[in-house]
Design a protein around this ligand. Structure first.
Ligand code: SF4
Length: 195
C-alpha cells in the first residue's frame, strides 16, 4: 500500500516582505486622525474591488481565461469575483467578435449594469471589428455603448489585458463621485440614446 506522508514540519510563510499594502490617498494626518477627499477614499475602495463581467464571444476570451488563471492571476487586483449578473458588476469586459445581431444583447447587458460602470474593449474585434470588415460584424462596440479603455492586439496577450485593466483602475481611482451626475456624462450617454 502506498505510504501516507504527513507534512509535520510545515514551513512558515514569510508574509511580511511579500504582501504589499495599497498607498493611502493624499490627505492630512495627525495624532489620531486622517482626513482625505471622499472621492479619493471611495476611488481607492472601488479600484481594488472591481467586479468584472466577462462578455467573451471568441478567441480573446481564451486569453482572458489565461489572465484570470494562476499564472497571471487577476485576483491580485481584487477582481477575482467574476459574475454574469450585470446588476452586480461594475466592469464590462468585452472580448471577441461582436456580430450586429449580438449588438442589442450587449447593449442590454450594459444598460442593466448600475452606475458607476466602466467598459474595457479587449482586442481588435471588440475595439474595431478587427479583421472582420464584413456586413455582419459590428465595427467596434463603441458604436453602441461608450468604452473607457481599448486593448489592442489580435489577440492581446494576458499582459496587455492586465495593462488595460490597470488603466481602468486608474480611471476608477481618480473619478469624482459626482462625475456620473455631470452634464458632460449625461451628454455622452445621450449620444448613444441612453437616458
Ligand atoms: S481580436 Fe483576434 S483573437 Fe480577438 S476575437 Fe478577434 S480575431 Fe479573435
Amino acid at each position: 500500500m502506498r505510504p501516507v506522508r504527513f507534512n509535520i514540519h510545515p514551513k512558515e510563510a514569510v508574509t511580511a516582505s511579500s504582501v504589499s499594502m495599497v498607498e493611502a490617498p493624499d490627505g492630512y494626518s495627525g495624532e489620531g486622525f486622517f482626513t482625505a477627499k471622499l472621492s479619493d477614499v471611495v476611488g481607492l475602495a472601488r479600484k481594488n474591488s472591481i467586479w468584472p463581467l466577462p462578455f467573451a464571444t471568441s478567441c480573446c476570451g481564451i486569453e482572458f481565461m489565461a489572465t484570470a488563471a494562476a499564472h497571471y492571476d487577476l485576483a491580485r487586483f481584487g477582481a477575482e469575483r467574476m459574475a454574469f449578473t450585470p446588476r452586480q458588476c461594475d466592469l464590462l469586459m468585452v472580448m471577441g467578435t461582436i456580430s450586429k445581431k449580438m449588438g442589442p444583447v450587449l447593449r442590454q447587458v450594459y444598460l442593466q449594469m448600475a452606475e458607476p460602470r466602466w467598459v474595457l474593449a479587449v482586442g481588435a474585434c471588440a475595439s474595431s471589428g478587427g479583421i472582420f470588415d464584413s456586413y455582419s460584424v459590428l465595427q467596434g462596440i463603441d458604436q453602441i455603448i461608450p468604452v473607457d479603455v481599448y486593448v489592442p492586439g489580435c489577440p492581446p496577450r494576458p499582459e496587455a489585458i492586465l495593462d488595460g485593466f490597470m488603466k481602468i483602475q486608474d480611471l476608477v481611482a481618480h473619478e469624482s463621485i459626482r462625475r456620473r451626475n455631470s452634464s458632460q456624462y449625461k451628454a455622452l450617454l445621450e449620444t448613444y440614446g441612453i437616458e
